[in-house]
Design a protein around this ligand. Structure first.
Ligand code: CIZ
Ligand code: SF4
Length: 304
C-alpha cells in the first residue's frame, strides 16, 4: 500500500491542480515560507500577483495584504487559509473614525500605511509602505497638512526624517510595541560588533538606538549586502528564517522573542492544504471601494 503523501507534497500537488500561486509574507512560519512561490513584503507580493496573471492566489499573511492583492489582481480568486488572520493595527482605524478626522482636518492630505483595510485606503489620498513612506511624504507640497494613518510609530519616524509636522493617528503594532529599548541595550552590550537593524513600526526609543531603520525588504537587503558578520534584528521574528537562509554564515540575534505576531502565525501548513481543497476563504472587495483604494495605491507607485 502506498504511504500517504506528506503535507507539503499534497499542497504542491493541489497547487498545480488549482493553478494557484502561493504568496508568503516575510513574517510567516518557516515551514510556510518554505512552500511559497514567493516570499516578500506585502507590496512586492501584490505586484507579483498583478504580473503573474494567476487564476488563484493563496495569500499567506494577514487580511489587508490579501485585500491589496485583490485590489491589484481583481480577476484572480484570492484565498486566505485563516479568515481570522487580521492585523490589529489595521483595525485601529475604521472608515467612520477616518471620516471624522477628515472633517476636523478638511484640507489635510491623508497618507495611509498599507496596514489598513481596503475601505480605509479608499478614503485616503495616497498609500505608503514602510519602504517608501519618507518619499511619499516628501512628494506632498510643504504647505499641506498631512494626516498619517494608522501607525503613530512609523508616522513619528517619517516626521523626524522629513522634518514635516505630521498629524499622527494613535494606532500601533502590538508586536513591534514589545521590542523594548532595554532589551536592545542588553543585546548591544553582549554583542558590541553587531549592527542594529530595526523596523520603523518600533517605538521611537528603540528606533533611536538603531544603526539602520528599514522595512522587511530593506532589512533583508542590508543584511545580505553588509560586510558585518553579526546583526541584532528588531522586527517580527518570522524574518529570522529568511535572514538565516539568505546569509547562512552570518549571525542574527532577535531583540525580543515576544515580537511574535499571533495573527501571522495563524497560517499553518494544514490550513493551507484545507484552503486549496475547499477553495476557502475567498477575499472580495466591492468594485467601487477597489477602484478608489487602487487610486491611492497607484499614486504611491507613481512616486516610488
Ligand atoms: O508591508 C509589509 O509587508 C509589512 C507589514 C512590513 C514590511 O516592512 O515589509
Ligand atoms: Fe499587524 Fe504588527 Fe502583525 Fe504586522 S506584525 S500583521 S503590523 S500586528
Amino acid at each position: 500500500m502506498a504511504s500517504p503523501p506528506i503535507l507539503e507534497d499534497e499542497i504542491i500537488r493541489l497547487k498545480h491542480e488549482r493553478h494557484a500561486l502561493i504568496l508568503v509574507h516575510n513574517y510567516q512560519r518557516p515551514e510556510v515560507q518554505n512552500i511559497g512561490d514567493h516570499v516578500s513584503d506585502s507590496l512586492e507580493l501584490s505586484r507579483i500577483a498583478a504580473r503573474a496573471d494567476a487564476p488563484v492566489i493563496l495569500f499567506c499573511g494577514v487580511l489587508f495584504m490579501a485585500e491589496t492583492a485583490k485590489i491589484l489582481s481583481p480577476a484572480a480568486t484570492v484565498l486566505v487559509p485563516d479568515i481570522n488572520a487580521g492585523c490589529p493595527m489595521a483595525n485601529m482605524v475604521t472608515p467612520r473614525e477616518l471620516a471624522q478626522a477628515k472633517a476636523t482636518h478638511p484640507d489635510a492630505v491623508v497618507v495611509c500605511y498599507v496596514n489598513s483595510s481596503a475601505e480605509v485606503k479608499a478614503a485616503s489620498d495616497v498609500c505608503c509602505t514602510s519602504a517608501n513612506a519618507v518619499q511619499v511624504v516628501n512628494s506632498i507640497p510643504a504647505e499641506k497638512t498631512i494626516l498619517f494613518i494608522p501607525d503613530r510609530n512609523l508616522g513619528a519616524y517619517v516626521a523626524r526624517v522629513t522634518g514635516r509636522p505630521l498629524v499622527l493617528w494613535p494606532g500601533y503594532c502590538p508586536t513591534h510595541q514589545r521590542i523594548l529599548p532595554e532589551h536592545l541595550l542588553k543585546l548591544k552590550a553582549e554583542h558590541p560588533d553587531a549592527k542594529v537593524v530595526v523596523h520603523p513600526e518600533c517605538v521611537t526609543e528603540t528606533i533611536t538606538l538603531a544603526d539602520v531603520v528599514a522595512s522587511t525588504s530593506g532589512i533583508l537587503k542590508f543584511c545580505r549586502e553588509s560586510s558585518a558578520r553579526e546583526f541584532i534584528i528588531g522586527t517580527e521574528i518570522g524574518i529570522l528564517h529568511r535572514l538565516r537562509k539568505e546569509s547562512p554564515t552570518k549571525t542574527f540575534h532577535q531583540v525580543s522573542t515576544m515580537a511574535d505576531c499571533p495573527n501571522m502565525k495563524l497560517t499553518t501548513l494544514e490550513k493551507i492544504l484545507w484552503s486549496l481543497q475547499d477553495m476557502q476563504y475567498e477575499i472580495t472587495v466591492p468594485e467601487d471601494i477597489r477602484l478608489r483604494a487602487k487610486r491611492a495605491i497607484d499614486r504611491m507607485l507613481e512616486i516610488h
